[in-house]
Design a protein around this ligand. Structure first.
Ligand code: PMV
Length: 331
């Protein structure tokens, strides 16, 4: 059976960095994200007993080895075991934005694969089950099944059945909020988050501080998003991101995602803020800077960002929709 799905990427306002269970992908703390309207993955999965092997084409290129291939194959195995089938699959997937560059392509990618793959395998999963399945592919993917604003609840059970993404506010909740995504460098990142976070836990002397404070940040962020308290959301998002990057930088060997242009944008945001244009930044496992602002300052900020040399692309996003099944297939 063949099925197609579209899932949007999400950017965490309070982050996840570190697992308590590597295999089931269970986090040390909850996190809160905003789903983005402009960045998404479309995936078609076809399970057919006539296929002798699994195959995967990403953005028009065949992927037959490496980490990405292993992760997709592992995810197909998981779907097969849930659906009690041995059929191999053909997977074709397109991202409408740079892959593996700190723009949450693994989140939208694994969520789209989970939705299309489970449907193609004849499973009829609800949102919670889909989020849990997506989480097994990539932690942040648990937050890409639902749109708007989502909390990935850390859970406490060892089987992971209470660790999933749940919408805290709809796509229409905060129409004035914008996230301006600045693509500084679109090449794939040097440090994959999976290996990076394990290395941080193993070697960073400040990780215990992160562990002690990240849960509270997430709980507070959830309340602030519900209240639409822009200044408080922005301040906490920025602080939380810098705290996470401080643990990355003090990992051994160091994990340094920032480029000179990343720094330049951060410095400018702080300067412009002092001039009265209120905005805040957040950064993930890559050099891209995502800026939180309100609609009234969006165009002013985009104009100023356009003057910075070294930004490849600027996309101003609103909160995006739920993942959905598509009737049109990619093959
Ligand atoms: O789930 P992953 O492997 O894509 O890791 C996500 C890590 C961060 O983007 C840095 C933080 C987050 O919560 O999205």
């Amino acid at each position: 059976m063949k099925a197609s799905a579209q899932a949007h990427s999400n950017i965490a306002l309070s982050k996840y960095w570190g697992k308590r269970d590597e295999k089931l992908i269970l986090p040390n703390n909850s996190s809160v994200s905003m789903t983005l309207d402009k960045f998404f993955t479309v995936t078609t999965v076809d399970f057919d007993s006539r296929y002798s092997i699994d195959s995967f084409v990403l953005n028009g290129e065949k992927v037959g080895e490496g980490q990405e291939w292993k992760e997709v194959q592992g995810h197909l195995d998981l779907i097969r075991s849930m659906a009690h089938t041995k059929a191999k699959a053909k997977v074709v997937s397109n991202n409408n934005f740079p892959t593996a560059a700190g723009l949450a392509s693994s989140a939208s990618g694994m969520a789209a694969l989970s939705l299309a793959g489970s449907k193609a395998a004849g499973l009829n999963l609800d949102k919670k089950e889909l989020s849990i399945l997506s989480r097994r592919g990539s932690g942040s993917a648990s937050r890409s099944i639902e749109g708007g604003f989502v909390e990935w609840i850390k859970g406490s059970k060892s089987d992971g059945t209470d660790s999933f993404g749940r919408q805290i506010a709809k796509e229409t909740h905060w129409p004035e909020l914008r996230m301006i995504v600045n693509i500084v460098k679109s090449g794939a990142k040097k440090w994959k988050s999976r290996a990076g976070m394990a290395q941080t836990i193993a070697t960073c002397p400040y990780y215990p501080v992160w562990e002690k404070t990240a849960q509270k940040d997430s709980d507070t962020m959830k309340e602030l998003v519900i209240k639409k308290d822009f200044s408080a959301v922005g301040k906490l998002a920025e602080f939380n991101a810098l705290k996470m990057h401080a643990t990355m930088m003090t990992t051994q060997p160091p994990i340094l995602y920032w480029h000179p242009v990343t720094m330049e944008i951060m410095q400018d945001i702080i300067t412009w803020r002092d001039e009265g244009i209120e905005s805040y930044f957040t950064i993930d496992a890559g050099p891209q800077v995502k800026i939180l602002c309100l609609e009234k300052n969006e165009h002013k900020l985009v104009r100023r960002l356009n003057d910075i040399k070294g930004i490849e692309k600027i996309e101003s996003c609103k909160a995006g929709p739920d993942a959905k099944i598509l009737e049109k297939h990619l093959f």
